[in-house]
Design a protein around this ligand. Structure first.
Ligand code: FES
Length: 448
């Protein structure tokens, strides 16, 4: 029996690798020098660690015969067998990469146009493409047997979806009134906040956001009235049920009040080569450095349009990565001393298999920076999908959703939205905690 943090071994495509128990599979692979984690379906372009939070779909691997496991969000247990899923003879060198060169000949839906008089041939072409893409593998019999699903029902007074700083605060606020509370969260409680710095972190101050999130997560775990489920809330249906899937369980939740605390998404940059391994979103970078404790990069360029650029540059430098440039695409100027601050935009991310260089357009000229990391630290957008579903179904019309609620927490009968899901970022973490607790307590009051 091993505990979190202990050295363990696992098998990766026949090789034995060493890792810390609990670090993500992706970080363990990158630590061993593996940067290509899969290939894209159609053009077989190399894909690597990008978002870090099971959002982008760039890191599916097969673990012990079970396909489609996100390497970025799956902890190493020790003893497992990990394989990449696409690429022949390997994901590193895939002969089907030639399809990328033929891209102009293979536009989307080309088979229907080419075989429009021969529907059977079109379907045959689809089958061949699915086989070539490597999609649709079945789990092995052992893996399928191990994933048998148990279904149950729960009727909490308050269901909180999202276990970051605001979600934990809302769950604690609701539980403090005596209500029954369920909190659904995928991964370590505390969420993205665990890896974040306050905006002044580059000056060498503490990281209050991460510290507060860790403390609230401990309080939630210790609270008897809060049932924590490691899983994903799939949707909110008009009958009022929220199905939650996690591990070997599906729980049909029938909450009286729903509190959405699903946080925010990183926004990718738009430039050629933005899908290359080595182009990584800001929260993915922070998680790799601060949660997994792995530094797989030597040099970095940071792209930003807000104050996150300086924060990420500081985190990278603190981890020993040389930050060669911070590119401000909004025209603002950075304040972090050290790296070059440029006002411009990314012209292209280059490299045959993984990122090797970044071209930056500054005015009328293009500068090239050799780097193995392009950290994309753009302004985030609220992860408000679940709240939109609720609004859409209960309002009955998409127009009444227009306008949303960005800028302020929503707090009404049936639904509350808190934290960055409401478009409100935790610049002041104590205030985020106070709002979360107040909204949770009110939700509990309405529910009871
Ligand atoms: S889903 Fe794993 S890196 Fe995005």
């Amino acid at each position: 029996m091993t505990s979190a943090g202990e050295k363990v071994t696992f098998t990766f495509e026949g090789r034995t690798l060493t890792a810390r128990r609990g670090q993500s599979v992706a970080s363990a692979l990158m630590q061993s020098g593996t940067t290509v984690l899969t290939r894209s379906f159609k053009y077989r372009r190399p894909r690597g660690y990008t978002c870090g939070y099971d959002v982008c779909g760039s890191c599916p691997v097969t673990v012990d015969g079970l396909p489609g496991v996100s390497a970025c969000s799956t902890p190493v247990q020790g003893g497992e067998s990990v394989d990449r899923e696409r690429g022949w003879p390997s994901a590193d060198r895939d002969v089907m990469r030639v399809s990328d060169l033929m891209a102009p000949l293979l536009p989307a839906g080309f088979q229907f146009r080419l075989f429009r008089s021969h529907p059977r041939l079109a379907h045959l072409a689809e089958k061949v493409m699915a086989r070539v893409a490597g999609a649709g593998r079945f789990p092995t019999a052992e893996a399928a047997a191990a994933t048998r699903t148990l279904t149950s029902t729960a009727r909490p007074d308050v269901l909180v979806v999202g276990g970051g700083l605001s979600g934990c605060a809302a769950a604690l606020g609701a539980a403090s009134t005596g209500a029954s509370v369920a909190l659904v969260h995928r991964g370590p409680l505390g969420g993205r906040a665990l890896a974040r710095s306050g905006s002044a972190a580059w000056e060498g101050t503490t990281t209050p956001v991460a510290a507060l999130a860790a403390r609230l997560a401990d309080e939630v775990r210790a609270h008897e009235a809060i049932d924590v489920l490691d899983g994903t809330a799939l949707s909110w249906f008009e009958t009022g049920v929220v199905p939650v899937v996690g591990g070997d369980r599906v729980v049909d939740m029938w909450p009286t009040q729903l509190v959405v605390a699903t946080g925010s998404y990183d926004v990718p940059g738009l430039f050629p080569g933005n899908d290359k391994p080595g182009v990584v979103l800001a929260d993915g970078v922070s998680k790799m450095l601060r949660v997994d404790g792995v530094v797989p990069w030597r040099r970095a360029v940071v792209l930003t349009d807000c104050e996150r650029g300086d924060v990420l540059a500081a985190q990278l430098r603190e981890a020993g990565v040389e930050v060669v440039a911070v590119v401000h695409q909004d025209g603002a100027d950075g304040t972090l001393p050290g790296p070059r601050h440029l006002t411009g935009r990314i012209e292209a991310a280059r490299g045959l298999k993984t990122l090797r260089a970044v071209d930056v357009r500054v005015g009328g000229r293009v500068e090239t920076f050799d780097t193995d990391l392009l950290c994309v630290a753009l302004r985030e957008r609220p992860a408000d999908d679940l709240a939109l579903q609720w609004r859409y179904v209960s309002a009955g019309s998409p127009t009444s959703v227009a306008g949303g609620w960005s800028g302020a927490p929503v707090d009404e009968d049936g639904l509350a939205v808190v934290g960055s899901a409401a478009g409100w970022l935790e610049d002041d973490p104590e205030q985020a905690r106070a709002v979360g607790e107040a909204v949770g307590a009110r939700a509990a009051g309405v529910a009871r």
